[in-house]
Structure formats: C-alpha cells, structure tokens
Design a protein around this ligand. Structure first.
Ligand SMILES: Cc1cc2nc3c(=O)[nH]c(=O)nc-3n(C[C@H](O)[C@H](O)[C@H](O)COP(=O)(O)OP(=O)(O)OC[C@H]3O[C@@H](n4cnc5c(N)ncnc54)[C@H](O)[C@@H]3O)c2cc1C
Length: 378
C-alpha cells in the first residue's frame, strides 16, 4: 500500500504555517505591492516563526524538519504571498550548500545565524552570459597565497540586497572547466550589491545584481572541493531550488482556485451565481485537477528527498508541471472574474503577474524538459 496521507505532525505544521501566513504575512502584502521593498517586519516575523530553520540540522540550531515540511510551509505562505515564499525559498537555496558541503567550522560559523534569521542567505549563479548554461559564467577566481581573488558580476539574484551570506559560483581564470563555490559575506571588501530589478510580479521580493571587484575570499570560505564548485551549487538548485518553486506554484494555484470559487459563488448572473454555469464549473474543475496532480508530484518528490535518495529529476517534473499549471490557473482566475479580473483591487491581478515570474526561476520550463528527457532516455 502507498500511504498518501500527511502525518499528524505534518498536518499540525500546515495549520501553524497557514495561521502564520494569514496573520503575519498577509498584513505586509499591500506594502510590498506598493513599494516593491522587503519589509523589515516581515523578515523579523519569518525569523521568529523559525521559517528559516526548517532544513537546518538541530545540531546547528535548526528544526531539521525536512523537505516535506519545507514544501508545506512554502505552499501555505505562497497561498498568501508568493513574493514572501520566493524570498524564503532562496534563503534555503543559499543555506543548502553549507548544510551539504560545508566543513564543521563553516556550519558552526554560519548555520545558527541563518536558522534564527540573524543572517540571510542567497545563492548567486546566474550571469548575463550564463543562465540556462551556468558553464557560460564569466565571474573568475585566481589564487593569491591562501586567498582567492574573484572578479565578475551576477544578475537576477533573489535577496541580492538583503543577503549577508552568499554562496557564489566562479570559474578558474586559467582553466574554464574548473569552478569553485565560495561563501561570501556582505561586508567583504570588493563585494557590492548594485542594480535592483523591477519585476512584473513577486513585488516586495528583492532581485538584483552583484559586483565582485578584486573580492578577496579566504580559503576557509571555499565550499566543497576546489574545482568542484559546479556540483555544490547545481545540486542545491536541483533539489532545493526546484522544490522551492514547486511550493511557490502550488500556493499560487490554491490562491487562484479559492479566489475563483469565492467570486463564482458571489457573482449573480441570469438570477443565479455563475458557479452554476457549466463553463465556469469546467474552469474550476481544470484548476482543481491541476492542483491535485501538482500536489502529488511535488509531495512525492519532497518525500523521496526526505528519504535520502535525492529527487532532482522528480522535482524537474513537478517544477515543470506546477509552474505551468500556476500560469494556467492565474489566467483562468482572471477569466472567471470577467472585467473585475482587470481591476487591481482584485487579488487575481497580482496572481497573474506573479505567475509570469514563476517560470524562469531555478530553471525554465524548457530546461526542465531537457532534464526530464535526459533522465528518461538514460
Ligand atoms: C525572479 C527571478 C529570481 C531569480 N533568482 C535567482 C537567484 O537567486 N540566483 C541565481 O543564480 N539565479 C536566479 N535567477 C535566474 C534564473 O535561474 C535564470 O533566469 C534562468 O536560469 C534562465 O536563465 P536566463 O534568464 O539567462 O535565460 P536564458 O538561459 O538566456 O534562456 C532564454 C531562452 O532560451 C531557452 N533555452 C535555453 N537553453 C535551452 C535549451 N538547452 N533547450 C531549450 N531551450 C533553451 C530558455 O528556456 C529561454 O526560453 C532568477 C530569475 C528570476 C526571473
């Protein structure tokens, strides 16, 4: 028998995450939409609720609840604010390489602060010359005594301006086949967060560019083996990055469905709620089917990851399906609302904009298909 039920502990965690999202996160949404800035109070609330500690081992101050719990938290938070869920998902993306590849000294130095929210993380891989093709990055390192000197620029980095602890990927200046992953601290000389992006959605979730100008990184901050940094960053993106986007997408699908049900029950046409119209029922059913299928894919992948087998391929399937389904759900939700779906006082307009941003983060749908095809044909 396959058991598809959540444990009692997971159900309790979902309830707590939902309550946190509806009371603590929801109140910041209007401000985030208006200013596109990350509210200080929201970061404090995420830290106090231990939302950053979920995947960190207990030994280093974390909750060690695993990836299914993380997916539950992200789904519940994204249902209220995808921008907040995205922020949180990338904190974990920056934390994961330290958990998986860090030395004990690195773990002791960074993880307790990252678990409490005193330190905030990100992972910086993408550059103008390398998004889908990370080997195309130009940020380079060279050795100088015991230190590494790094030069280059990163773009589209979530949490760029708020992160204090960054996992970055750089290429050997002399051998373009060798990469190193480093932990960079915000105050290091030669490090700067520069341009801030203005995105169509995820407003209030910071995205921007980073510049490294003769950034001196001590050897103690090398993550994993020298020359093997691609594995360090890509394994985090494969499991935690893709998995996180699944949580964002599932939450958004749920929000679209709930808003559509509410509107369809309240909007009266021909003397009865539009929920009685077969065409509207068809749209609601489409959304529900996609949500049910997406949740099965996502939680199966998270559960595999919790069992220690790794689930980057299963997450590629789930990421493809749920982000595409979230875009479809947002379009349907706007349609169900008729003309009201174009008016900003209706949350579906935000869902529509947020859905557009889900696609590229942690790899586009086309790249997910490349991964799934490689897995299937192997
Ligand atoms: C909101 C947001 C947050 C992000 N946060 C981060 C972050 O925190 N850290 C980070 O490092 N990066 C981050 N990214 C970057 C993200 O990972 C890249 O945008 C993504 O990998 C795509 O790269 P690109 O934008 O350079 O597009 P490109 O790689 O230039 O792709 C352009 C087009 O070509 C297609 N394409 C490329 N290769 C193939 C192929 N082999 N087969 C078929 N089609 C292909 C793509 O699907 C796409 O349609 C973020 C992006 C966004 C939008």
């Amino acid at each position: 028998m396959i058991d598809f039920t959540f444990t009692e502990e997971q159900e309790m965690f979902r309830k707590a995450a939902r309550e946190f999202a509806e009371t603590e996160v929801a109140k910041y949404v209007p401000e985030m939409e208006e200013t596109s800035k990350v509210p200080e109070g929201l970061l404090k609330a995420l830290g106090e609720a231990e939302m950053l500690a979920i995947t960190i081992p207990e030994l280093y101050g974390g909750l060690e609840l695993g990836y299914t719990a993380r997916l539950i938290a992200l789904e519940e938070i994204a249902r209220v604010s995808v921008a907040t869920a995205m922020m949180l998902q990338v904190f974990a993306l920056g934390i994961e390489p330290i958990v998986k590849f860090g030395t004990d000294e690195q773990k002791q130095k960074y993880l307790p602060g990252l678990a409490s929210g005193k330190l905030l993380a990100t992972a910086a891989v993408t550059e103008a010359t390398g998004g889908s093709d990370p080997s195309g990055i130009r940020t380079s390192y060279r050795k100088e005594g015991d230190d590494y000197i790094v030069n280059g620029r990163k773009c589209f980095i979530t949490n760029a301006h708020i992160a204090s602890t960054l996992t970055i990927l750089a290429k050997n200046e002399e051998n373009p086949k060798e990469f190193c992953a480093f932990i960079v601290e915000q105050g290091m000389q030669g490090f700067k967060a520069t341009h801030e992006e203005h995105k169509v959605g995820f407003r209030g979730c910071n995205t921007g560019e980073l510049a490294f100008e003769n950034l001196r990184i001590p050897k103690e901050n090398l993550l994993g083996q020298e020359g093997k940094g691609m594995r360090v960053t890509m394994s985090a993106i494969g499991d935690v990055g893709r998995g996180g986007m699944v949580g964002c997408a599932l939450g958004l699908q749920t929000a679209c469905l709930e808003a559509s049900i509410k509107f369809a029950n309240e909007r009266i046409l021909y003397g009865k709620p539009i929920a009685k119209l077969p065409a509207i029922q068809d749209k609601i059913a489409e959304m529900k089917i996609d949500l049910e299928a997406g949740r099965l894919l996502g939680y199966r992948a998270a559960s595999l990851q919790d069992s220690g087998t790794g689930a980057s391929n299963e997450f590629a399937v789930a990421k493809y399906f749920t982000t595409e389904a979230a875009m479809k759900a947002a379009k349907i939700a706007v349609d169900v609302h008729g003309g009201y779906g174009c008016m900003e006082e209706y949350a579906v307009t935000r869902y529509y904009r947020d859905a557009a941003v889900l696609g590229p983060s942690a790899g586009t749908s086309a790249i997910m298909k490349v991964i799934v095809a490689r897995w299937t044909l192997a």
